[in-house]
Ligand binder design. Structure first.
Ligand SMILES: [Cu+2]
Length: 366
């Protein structure tokens, strides 16, 4: 078939589809009295429209809108997820977080407009001993209100960060002080991998970068030689305009860049280990998509889920990491070589369609 035939076929298919949708709407409205059915039909119709560029005048539009680039500086830091310094006030460790917008480099020459904690993607890692009293002062320099939720941590209810349920949103320019003991919600946990993230307009704010690791160190001696925290994420960047929109599971909003600790391959940081060393990977589903993470060359043992040690650890070489989940993976670097650790969804191994890229890092066993 030539191009012209394809064009006529495609045009015909669109017309038939539009006619079928119109008939379905008429039939639903004629059926009368069934508001639920009508709402469903209208919602489906809206859904079709949102596939194009016709999104307008809905709350979906506001949530899906590009982050403002006006006056947003380039990030001062090159790497995200670094440990956050603290001061000591009596028996309390005091941390400061500033929610703010920066241009974050995910690849040489590629910057997203990210909403961040302290100007990095991911936000800084907060790391404290089990049971430590902490005070975390959060200043909001974003153009919108925000809150912070301490994911998997047994905070007092008023510290839980749910807007209009446990606290008033933190308005732009204002601050809120969170205070709690670093104790897991699970009694069976004496520490592990947790996270913190925005709980205000999560689709927009987490999708633009407001998430970060929180590690509670257990009292017991570690059973590994080295560890890495790995926060998975994804981005919706228009390479022409430079606009960054929060990626969503919605037609027209899918991501085109994918990052490990805020960097897309080949800019991801390799994991360099010596043969025989035991490595703990703290893998965090930090943003809004699920990623099946696979290790080449060696299997790992899943030793903890959501900050809680597993009663029966199990061996695997793929683990599906959904948004909000944390898996602690332990492996012995038994085989020299360059072994990749990557998402098994092929599209997530691309940078705006070019591969290899995205959610891949190299475990270099020397
Ligand atoms: Cu993936």
């Amino acid at each position: 078939m030539n191009t012209r035939t394809n064009f006529y076929l495609a045009t015909g298919a669109i017309l038939v589809g539009a006619l079928a949708l119109a008939l379905a709407l008429v039939a639903t409205v004629r059926a009368g009295g069934d508001d639920d059915a009508r709402d469903t039909a209208m919602a489906q119709s809206d859904g079709q429209m949102m596939g194009g560029s016709a999104m307008s005048g809905t709350s979906g539009m506001e949530h899906g809108a590009a982050a403002s680039q006006e006056g947003v500086p380039n990030a001062a830091a090159a790497r995200g997820g670094q440990r956050l310094d603290y001061t000591v006030d009596g028996d309390t460790w005091v941390f400061n977080l500033v929610a703010k917008s920066v241009k974050w480099q995910i690849l040489p020459g590629v910057r997203v407009t990210a909403w961040t904690y302290n100007g990095t993607v991911p936000g800084p890692e907060i790391r404290v001993p089990y049971g430590q009293k902490v005070r975390i002062v959060v200043k909001n320099e974003l153009p919108n209100p925000t809150t912070v939720h301490w994911h998997g941590i047994a905070v007092p209810n008023a510290m839980d960060g749910v807007p209009d349920v446990t606290q008033e949103p933190i308005e732009p320019g204002e601050s809120f002080t969170y205070e709690f003991r670093a104790l897991p919600t699970a009694d069976s946990s004496k520490g592990g991998t947790f996270m913190y993230h925005s709980h205000f307009d999560e689709d927009r704010q987490v999708g633009l970068g407001l998430s970060a690791p929180f590690v509670i160190e257990p009292p017991a001696k570690p059973f590994y030689d080295l560890e890495r925290t790995i926060l998975l994420g994804e981005w919706n960047l228009d390479p022409t305009s430079g606009d960054t929109r929060p990626p969503m599971q919605m037609e027209g909003s899918f991501p085109n860049y994918f990052t490990i600790n805020g960097k897309a391959y080949p800019a991801t940081e390799p994991i360099e280990v010596r043969r025989g060393e035991r490595v703990l990977l703290r893998v965090i589903g930090g943003m809004q998509f699920t990623h099946p993470m696979h290790l080449h060359g060696m299997s790992f043992t899943v030793v903890a889920k959501d900050g809680t040690p597993l009663a029966s650890p199990y061996d695997a070489d793929v683990v599906d990491v959904a948004p909000g989940e944390r898996y602690d993976l332990l492996f012995t670097a038994s085989r020299p070589g360059k072994w990749v650790f990557h998402c098994h969804i092929g599209h997530h191994l691309t940078n705006n369609g070019d591969g290899p890229g995205g959610l891949l890092t190299v475990v270099e066993v020397a």
